[in-house]
Every structure is written in structure tokens, then in C-alpha cells.
Write a protein that binds this ligand. Structure first.
Ligand code: COA
Length: 580
């Protein structure tokens, strides 16, 4: 093998048929890389079926902080003909193709101008030498590890932890498969490509989490004690994570019969004093609308995580889209006050979930977290959070020893009125969906409804100061300003950084509070820039619409809706085009 040039950044894409272990391979290589001290960020997309269809896992390694999945890939590992066909057009000068040949599904030896092609007979080795096709993906892993200097020892560790529960025979055959893939490369392939990742410095307390796990971890750190949900892709992993960990903190998790029941359970648990949460995806959020309005009317603190997916209806359940913003912000009937927060990356999912609980508890409102399929399934490495450094806010409680009459909906200067808990002496009140007087008794007069509606909206007046999570990255002299949200933020950060390296002046605003809009930060940003562009992954340009509605500003919407996120190059090209 010739000595290859060391790289600081490498993107490997694995493609194959759902069911043949593409996702496991990607997960394991990524974990091994983190354990070797590298920064990692992954992206996966797979069919809605359990078996069959095209599954893809992309992992980006770097010695530096990674902001997005990146543009394209450097190395393609094709497990079958479909994966090769889907990606062959994307292979460009300097890329590497590792493919299952001969003896597998790929019919012909590959010779692609400018592309280094390495044939590894994954199927043949797995079937003929190891006696189990199941281990084909580990043959591929061994080859990839040897080719690009990913630690075999660390991959062995991930095999042990992932397949250990399937029994020692499964672990053993996978170890053998890994060695067989490595040996095939050692004995048959002359490495001519430049890709080789040196291990990084393993930082203490580094963890690797998915976006969905990170939401679960954030909930635990915030003090969540009750979670109820109905399974739905791509949100189910939030429940799976919490089912493992909530019992350790004396919390409870209930799988409900549907999304309506799950939110009803959450409302009940919060009424009883517990920090409570549910997680769902688009169709589930549609079903919850009536009860979100009820929580808003009853001023019940709670958190709903919506892991958005391609819609409408069951739509594209495993694909990426940011198309629930209008539903989350404006979906309820009546004038319902609520808050919508959107994290940009996996680490953010931890801290913004903590903040979602803080906002819910402080203002006694339903708070929605808008994650998405790409973010929920993505894994990334990060520093383990320090619980002591977190701000944790708890709801203001009625104090019976202060005496005086308890009025659950007392109109106060802040708009927030202390809550009582069931059983508190003198704290009984009517917690129901009807409009109510300060005492909580139903009342429908014009004056009362006006006063109570003003209370429910007015209490959010200092929200932007309490939750100042809008980042303005303003460059003096820039005429173009980018505003974007959720997981598109990371891609925009990378595009903006790349353009600045070329000398272009460009600013960006990254709001994490997406409803109500952070008007102070937004207006200041709008005033400084001649042109504003809002990229987002939905047809209607939903954030662009909301900004126009709230500010009247002239906005250029850049909307894509193909089930995939933007790449930094797509954004950089568009920003250059509109800045002319
Ligand atoms: N040895 C032993 N077992 C192995 C293995 C190996 N070398 N490689 C993989 N496996 C196991 C995995 O552990 C996994 O088993 P598990 O289900 O018990 O965890 C299984 O084989 C599938 O492998 P995995 O790598 O996780 O996935 P894949 O790349 O083969 O793709 C999916 C399969 C993910 C596409 C498919 O199973 C799926 O879940 N589709 C989505 C379904 C969905 O959400 N639909 C939407 C409904 S609305």
C-alpha cells in the first residue's frame, strides 16, 4: 500500500438494500471514529419498508468541528447494484468507489475515469468463507477500516457492544468477517487514493448521540418525570431512549393508544405537578391540535417534540422535511398562545429541550420542539453535558401558608399566575377547557374573554429576553442576509463560512425561537440588510411566510422539498446568485 496524503475531513457513504445491514455498518464506523478522537456527523435515509429498497448512511469525519453533512462524498461503498446506480452519477474526479464484486449483485467490474475503484467480494467472502451472508456488512467494514485507517480495535468494540446481546457466536462470526475484509485489502488491493484519517485526540467525556436520543437526554436533564407517546417514525427513538432511562430517575413512560391519548396523559401528569412530555411526527401533531389548544387555555406547562418528516399525511415517513412550522405555530383553532423552538444540531437538541421545559414551566404554556428526520436520525459527537451548568426553571407554585384566596388564573403583572398541585390546602380549582374567570370558574363575558386572552398572550412579552437563542452573525458591509431555521442552520453556517473565504460579504440570522418570532433580533437584522433570503426544506417557504406576515419585509424564499436536506454547495451557489 502506498503512503497516502493525510486528510482532515472525509465523507464516506454506504449504500445497499434495506435489511442487509447498511445502517449498522455506518453506525459502527462512526462510533469507532468517535472513540478514535474524531469529530463525526452522520446522515441516513432509508425506505419505509423493513426489508428491501435503498438504504443509505453517510458519515463525515473530521479533526475540526463539523457543521453539516457536507456536499457530496469522497468514498462510496456500494453493497449492491441499486446503490451503485443511485450514486454512480455523483462520483467525480478523485472519489473512491468500494463495491461488492465479483460474486455479488453488481454485474460488472467498474472502471470510472478519475475514480479509484476497489472491488471487494463482500457477498462471496461472507457466503463462501464465513457461511453467513448476514456478515457481509462486516466484510465491507474490515475493508473500509483497512483502506482509510479507521481503528479495527474500535470497530471490534462496537461489534461487541452492538451484537453482544445476539450471542457470542454472532460476535465471533462478525469478528471473522471484519478480519476477512481487512485481509482481502491487504492481499489484493494497492491503495492509490489520498484518503486516510489519522486518529484525533480522544477528548475526555466525549459522547456520541442521535438527535432523538439528545432530546431524550435533554428531557432527563430538565427534570422530566413523565413521558407518553404513540410510536411514529422518525420520533419513536425519543420514547425508546426515555423508556430505558426514565425509570432510573423515578419517572414513568406510558405508550398510549394514539397521539391524542398520549397528549391527554401528558396534560394530566403536568396538572399533577410533573414535568411532562410527548414526542411525535407530523400526522401525530395534527391529531394533537385540539389538546394543544386545551393546554394553552388551561395554562398547562408541557413539551411536545415533533420530529418532522415528509408530508402531508403518511407521506414520506422516513424522509427529511421542515414542513410543520405553520402547523406548529398557527395550527390550533381559536387564539392559542404557545411557543415553538427549533434546534440546529444534535448537541442543541439537548440544551434546547432543557430550555423548552424552562419556557413551558415559566410561562405555563405548551412548548413545541421542531426537530426533523435528518436531525433525529443523525448522530454526532459532543462533550458530555454538565448538569450543574444548566439553568433549570420550575413552575411558580401557590403557597398555601401565605393565606388569602387562591385564584388559579389571577391576572398578575407578568401574566403568570401561580399553580397549585392537587391536594394543596385551599388550592382546589377547575382545570377545564372552557374560558374561565380568575377563580377558574367558567365565564364567557366579553370583558373576561378579552382579559384572559390578553393574559395568555401577554405573559410571553419578555420571552425573547428569557430565551435569547437567536444568533446574529452580521458582517459589516454585507448586503445579503440569510435567515434560516432548524437543521438547515448548520448547512447555512458552512455555506456562509465558505463564501466568506472567497471574499464575499454575507450575514446570517439563526433564530431558535421560531414562534412567536424574536422580533427585536429580527427587526435589527432586517434593518441592516438590503436583501434577505430564507432557505428551508418545504414547498411553501413557511418561515419566509411567517416573517413576511409579522414584519411585511420583502423576503426571497429558497424552498426545496425532495425529501433531502440542502448541501452547503447548494446554498452557497444560491447565495452567490441572489447577491448579484
Ligand atoms: N450480524 C448480525 N446482525 C446484523 C448484522 C450482522 N453483521 N448487520 C445487521 N444486523 C441486524 C441489525 O442489528 C438489525 O437488527 P435489529 O433490528 O435486531 O436491530 C438488522 O440486522 C437490520 O440492520 P440495520 O443495519 O439496522 O438496517 P439496514 O441497513 O439493514 O436497513 C431498515 C433496515 C433500517 C431500512 C429497516 O429495517 C427499517 O427499519 N425501515 C424503516 C421502517 C419504518 O420506520 N417505516 C416507517 C413506518 S411509518
Amino acid at each position: 500500500m502506498t503512503v497516502a496524503e493525510k486528510r482532515n475531513d472525509l465523507i464516506i457513504r454506504f449504500g445497499g438494500e434495506g435489511g442487509e445491514g447498511v445502517i449498522s455498518s455506518g453506525d459502527m464506523v462512526s462510533q469507532a471514529a468517535v472513540r478514535s478522537g474524531l469529530e463525526v456527523l452522520t446522515f441516513k435515509t432509508f425506505p419505509a419498508e423493513i426489508r428491501g429498497g435503498y438504504a443509505m448512511y453517510q458519515t463525515r469525519f473530521s479533526h475540526d468541528k463539523i457543521m453539516s453533512e457536507g456536499t457530496g462524498f469522497d468514498v462510496m461503498v456500494a453493497f449492491n447494484q441499486e446503490a451503485l446506480d443511485n450514486n454512480v452519477k455523483l462520483l467525480s474526479e478523485g472519489n473512491v468507489l468500494v463495491y461488492d464484486y465479483p460474486g455479488g449483485d453488481i454485474a460488472e467490474e467498474q472502471k470510472i475515469p478519475g475514480v479509484t475503484c476497489y472491488a471487494v467480494p463482500m457477498t462471496k467472502i461472507a457466503k463462501e468463507d464465513l457461511g453467513t451472508l448476514r456478515s457481509k456488512n462486516m466484510v465491507a467494514m474490515g475493508a473500509v477500516a483497512e483502506l482509510f485507517a479507521i481503528s479495527m480495535e474500535q470497530i471490534r468494540g462496537t461489534i461487541q457492544s452492538k451484537f453482544g446481546k445476539k450471542g457470542s457466536e454472532v460476535v465471533e462470526v462478525n469478528f471473522k468477517a471484519l478480519d476477512a475484509g481487512r485481509d482481502h485489502v491487504r492481499n489484493n488491493i494497492k491503495k492509490t487514493d489520498p484518503y486516510q484519517m489519522d486518529p484525533g485526540k480522544t477528548a475526555a467525556n466525549t459522547i456520541i448521540l442521535s438527535g432523538n436520543d439528545a432530546v431524550g437526554l435533554g428531557a432527563l436533564l430538565a427534570g422530566c418525570k413523565y413521558f407518553s407517546a404513540y410510536p411514529i417514525t422518525p420520533a419513536t427513538e425519543v420514547a425508546i431512549f426515555l423508556s430505558r432511562h426514565l425509570p432510573k430517575v423515578n419517572g414513568a413512560l406510558v405508550q398510549a393508544e394514539d397521539e391524542i391519548a398520549s397528549l391527554a396523559n401528558v396534560i394530566g401528569a403536568s396538572f399533577g405537578g410533573l414535568k411532562s412530555m410527548t414526542a411525535t411526527s407530523g400526522p401525530g401533531l395534527s391529531l394533537m391540535q385540539e389538546l394543544i389548544g386545551m393546554a394553552s387555555m388551561m395554562e398547562t406547562p408541557l413539551v411536545i417534540c415533533d420530529v418532522q418528516r415528509g408530508g402531508p399525511s403518511t407521506g414520506l415517513p422516513t424522509k427529511h422535511e421542515q414542513s410543520d412550522l405553520l402547523l406548529a405555530a398557527l395550527g390550533c383553532h381559536g387564539d392559542a398562545s404557545k411557543v415553538v423552538i427549533s434546534p440546529e444540531g444534535v448537541e442543541d437538541c439537548i440544551y434546547l429541550t432543557v430550555e423548552a421545559f424552562n419556557v413551558a414551566e415559566k410561562y405555563q404554556v405548551p412548548v413545541l420542539i421542531l426537530s426533523d428526520g435528518s436531525l433525529g436520525f443523525r448522530t454526532a459527537s459532543m462533550k458530555q453535558p454538565d448538569p450543574k451548568s444548566l439553568r433549570i426553571v420550575n413552575r411558580e407554585l401557590y403557597n398555601p401558608s401565605n393565606g388569602g384566596e387562591f385564584k388559579r388564573y389571577k391576572v398578575t403583572e407578568s401574566g403568570v399566575s401561580p399553580m397549585s398541585l392537587p391536594g394543596m390546602p385551599g388550592g382546589a380549582y377547575i382545570c377545564a377547557s372552557l374560558e374561565h374567570a380568575e377563580s377558574s370558574a367558567p365565564r364567557y363575558t366579553a370583558e373576561n374573554h378579552t382579559m384572559m386572552t390578553d393574559k395568555r398572550f401577554g405573559k410571553l412579552k419578555d420571552l425573547e429576553d428569557f430565551f435569547p437563542a437567536t444568533e446574529a452573525d452580521v458582517q459589516e458591509g454585507a448586503e445579503l442576509g440569510v435567515i434560516t431555521w432548524g437543521s438547515t442552520i448548520g448547512v447555512a453556517r458552512e455555506a456562509v463560512a465558505d463564501l466568506r473565504k472567497t471574499g464575499m460579504k454575507i450575514s446570517a440570522l439563526y433564530p431558535k425561537l421560531v414562534w412567536p418570532l424574536p422580533m427585536k433580533a429580527l427587526n435589527a437584522f432586517l434593518a441592516k440588510h438590503k436583501k434577505i433570503i430564507v432557505p428551508e426544506v418545504n414547498k411553501q417557504g413557511q418561515l419566509a411566510k411567517i416573517i413576511r406576515m409579522e414584519t411585511g419585509a420583502d423576503i426571497i424564499s429558497y424552498a426545496i422539498y425532495g425529501g433531502m436536506p440542502f448541501s452547503p454547495k447548494m446554498l452557497a451557489d444560491k447565495f452567490k446568485e441572489v447577491s448579484k
